[in-house]
Design a protein around this ligand. Structure first.
Ligand code: TYC
Length: 113
């Protein structure tokens, strides 16, 4: 008796094409930074602005005074840059410190270019 013959059928594989990546993600992505901006107004006392800047942003009297006077003269001044969460928390806390005293003191945030 002859051995059973094996028949091999070839099934065509679907063609998979992959596009090579052109952009390579850096190994260590650095977080986007956000500016905290101090806005001038006509009512908040200068000394109070300085006190809030020192308390919330750990600035010296001199640094805080320079930032306050820049906002006073030019309308706005960048206080510092942080990660998004930290920038938003500090801006909110500093704005609330003014609100608690009835002042319209305002800090905002905006992403860095
Ligand atoms: N312009 C305010 C005043 O003359 C002082 C001030 C400075 C208020 C900066 C807010 O972001 C500010 N009393």
């Amino acid at each position: 008796m002859a051995p059973p013959s094996i028949v091999k059928l070839s099934v065509p594989m679907p063609e998979i094409t992959t596009k090579p990546r052109t952009k390579v993600k850096p190994q260590t992505e650095r977080p986007k930074l956000y500016k905290v901006i101090l806005i001038n107004d006509d009512f908040t006392p200068r000394e109070f602005v300085v006190t809030v800047l020192k308390g919330e942003f750990k600035l010296s009297e001199d640094q805080a005074h320079r930032i306050m006077i820049t906002a006073h003269r030019r309308g706005v001044c960048v206080v510092a840059v942080f990660t998004r969460d930290v920038a938003e928390t500090k801006a909110t806390r500093a704005t609330d410190a003014g609100k608690a005293k009835g002042y319209p003191l305002l800090f905002t945030t905006e992403p860095e270019e």
